[in-house]
Design a protein around this ligand. Structure first.
Ligand code: SIN
Ligand code: CO
Length: 389
């Protein structure tokens, strides 16, 4: 596949056309993005996930104890039995980490960087259910999984857009509809950040939200400055050698601000440090506790592979890589490692292969750096041996 191949998933647009005309710009409705799509998970399985401690879930009841009541999971089984027949939604975050067939859907989005992908949230709504008119700060593809949902799309919003006085939900007080569609299983709606939208279930309805992450400017500034702060010594300080005599000693002069600006620019202009921080930040797992390392020696690791064991990516792990001159940086679940450039193909393989085994890893296991890299990923928990069936 090249960027010039028309993709049925994008309604026949090429990835390049979609990125040029729609991504981050305007909504796109794609009928039968995944023809004859059959949801790999049903409402009962989704509710089952919402019982689990490690899974993030929410219930929204339009006519609950108060309008748009929000309840947070994990839920007890009998809570579902007590729900009304209509007008509620159950939302379960990051289902891709728990259901491999849901993770497979992400293969359709490989024309976007995987470090931009956040998660696949799945909602189940009883007829009439929805989460109210709102906007999100991230791009989302809303894939209809089961039943029909009526989507209304509205104005571009921002932090100043009026909202209902609601402690937990950011429901818009004013919705100016521009378009509306009914989505059937396999249909998909792409929405850029900031566009008001409002989906209402017409039947029992499953909707998949393939959501993307983009750090806020506040996150970049606070996290990056914290990161570089660790490498600075107490001796590195504001300096004012060659300052002019003060005219008024209480005045902060433009010269002082210019010195400060130079100091900041010097600290902030290291692209290599910026890359190191960014890769770590963007690969931080949503559930770090699910990226638990294994304890095994390099020898045990090699023996297992030689005996036919298969390594798979931990579905909670996040991987990315970057060139750094002739070397590489591999980012794995919030950590980074500098590697020699000769491992490029291995890094690409490890990041994208469905499974790693003696056949595809074979040639790399003779290489000390290659072998150690894969072993370290197992120790760290980003890769793990598949359970034998
Ligand atoms: C939903 O699936 O009900 C909500 C998705 C969204 O509007 O972001
Ligand atoms: Co939304």
């Amino acid at each position: 596949m090249t960027s010039a191949t028309p993709l049925p998933m994008l309604g026949g647009l090429t990835a390049a056309e979609f990125l040029r005309d729609y991504w981050q710009k305007k909504p796109l409705l794609i009928r039968q993005a995944i023809p004859n799509f059959e949801s790999p998970i049903d409402a009962d399985e989704l509710a089952g996930l919402a019982l689990e401690d490690e899974v993030e879930s929410r219930l929204i009841l339009e006519h609950g104890e108060r309008p748009w009541e929000l309840r947070r999971g994990p839920f007890a089984e009998d809570e579902f039995a007590k729900l009304p027949e209509k007008d509620w939604t159950l939302l379960v975050q990051a289902v891709d980490q728990f259901v491999p067939e849901v993770a497979e859907l992400l293969e359709h989005f490989r024309f976007l960087p995987s470090w931009r992908v956040d998660d696949v949230m799945i909602s189940f709504a009883a007829p009439g259910g929805g989460v109210g008119p709102h906007y999100d700060n991230y791009d989302v593809f809303l894939l209809q999984g089961q039943g029909r949902r009526h989507w209304k799309v509205g104005q571009k919003c921002d932090a100043d857009s009026p909202r209902l006085d609601h402690a937990d939900l950011r429901i818009l007080a004013d919705f100016q509809q521009t378009e509306e569609w009914t989505l059937e299983p396999g249909d998909m709606l792409y929405l850029p950040p900031g566009i008001a939208h409002f989906g209402v279930a017409l039947d029992d309805c499953l909707t998949y939200s393939i959501g993307f992450r983009a750090p806020s400017a506040a996150e970049v500034v606070t996290h990056y400055t914290d990161f570089i702060g660790q490498f600075l010594t107490d001796e590195e300080r504001y300096t004012d050698a060659d300052a002019k005599p003060a005219i008024d000693p209480h005045q902060i002069t433009p010269d002082a601000v210019a010195r400060l600006r130079r100091m900041l620019n010097e600290q902030l202009n290291d692209d290599r440090l910026l890359l190191s921080w960014f890769g770590q930040f963007m690969t931080e797992p949503r559930y770090p506790e699910l990226v638990a390392g294994a304890e095994l020696s390099e020898e045990e690791f090699l023996d297992s592979l030689e005996q036919g064991a298969v390594l798979i990516r931990n579905p909670s792990a996040r991987l990315a890589w970057a060139d750094v001159e002739s070397d590489l940086l591999l980012f794995a679940s919030g950590q980074s490692r500098l590697l020699p450039g000769k491992l490029r193909e291995l890094v690409v393989l490890v990041c994208s292969a469905e499974a790693l085994h003696i056949d595809n890893l074979g040639p790399w296991l003779g290489d000390e750096d290659g072998q150690s890299m894969v072993w370290q990923l197992v120790l760290q928990g980003s890769l793990g041996f598949a359970d034998e069936e």
